[in-house]
Design a protein around this ligand. Sequence first.
Ligand code: SF4
Ligand code: SF4
Length: 469
Amino acid sequence: MSATAEKIDFRDKISTVDKAGKRVWVYPKKPKGKFTNWRTLVYVILLLILFTGPFLRIGEQPLLMLNIVERKFIIFGQIFWPQDFYLFGLATLAGAVFIVLFTVVYGRVFCGWICPQTIFMEGVFRPIEYWIEGDWTAQKKLDKQEWNREKIMKKGFKHFIFFLISFLIANIFLAYIIGSEALLEIVTTPPAAHLGGFVSMLIFTGVFYYVFAFFREQVCTTVCPYGRLQGVLLDRQTVVVAYDYKRGENRGKIRKNEDRAAADKGDCVDCRLCVSVCPTGIDIRNGTQLECINCTACIDACDSIMENVGLPKGLIRYDSEANIAEGKKGFRWTARSMAYTAVLVLITSLLTGLLLFRSNVDATILRTPGMMYQEQEGGAVSNLYNIKIINKTNEPMQLSLRTEDGKGQVQIVGKDILELPEQGVAEGAMFILLKKNELTGISQNLSIGIYNGDQLLKTVETKFIGPAI
Ligand code: SF4
Ligand code: SF4
């Protein structure tokens, strides 16, 4: 293979699979530097939020619970019912547009800083591996050596800890689904009493353990659909972790007292430290690649080298291809990013409005099927209705109903007040009675107000049928 072909053959394969199609295990060197410190801080904060989330309470409700099985969703202490599903749809849409917009403008910042896969892999499992097996060279040596006492102890201890953490993560994820109380019950009672919950916990644990102990960066490079989308989302203005090839090339080893400019050498001293620290095993000097999760480890690595050799930092940095090609710096808006921003603002405003003005009750008032109007004594006309009201709050309510235009009378069958338990449903029947002089036709619309004491909670439109006038 010629030197040029060798240089560009990275496009034909992924760095973690060899020519025979076998996995190439990545041993990334432990990163250190400014970005690594910032990332660690962000990971710690996000992990704290994740692990305490199911146990934090707003009022009596958990901060977040997504019980898909029972179709009960609690977000920031607010209970959402299947009837609010359109809000979830909208929130998902807003989230998707948000991620797309961010990718167009800022590249894969999400992958490096917020994605749970990166946070657990680089923020939890990898540091434990460094702690038990040492840095990359020690890990390589350990993997190559015979199975002796040291290897069995280190590997055994590492996988035991990995399994324990996977079990903990599985418990936390389960707590987000079934709630912390239900989880505590499962944990504190024998497995046989909650066989379904116990088995799902073991399955979750097994999946997490396999992903973080063995599958690792393959999630980002071969499975994650977001990674596959990079090719269509990034453009020349997108800010990514980029190597400044204008400044770096021609790369060449540093020699004592050498005038690099005179030797036609750029600032890259070809130390390959940026490759050594990369958790997906790529060489960022080949340009943006879909395996790059924007973790910034190579920025820190290169900055430390630049500092050592007395050259300016930032040979690898957050920047766009356009800036690097044109030798410019600074952020630029494109028509695409402006359009995405407009859509995002619109969807977010709509979502905020719907959340703010979401009613505390959901109600349906429907005429009882197959029933016509009834003529009452005294000349009034009545219609019978079925009512169903859902309480989305944690407070019980005592509801009364009345017509909003003040005409006629509403009579709940068998009671004056409809008792509505917290997070509960009340069902019943009611009559609406209109005097003959209040009828406007065979069919007329009525607005029914649902009141908790004097507070109007919701207005429901319904039809009233009467005789021809
Ligand atoms: S190229 Fe750099 S930013 Fe991208 S994954 Fe590798 S180390 Fe992280
Ligand atoms: S760390 Fe910097 S100097 Fe070293 S090979 Fe990478 S880009 Fe070149």
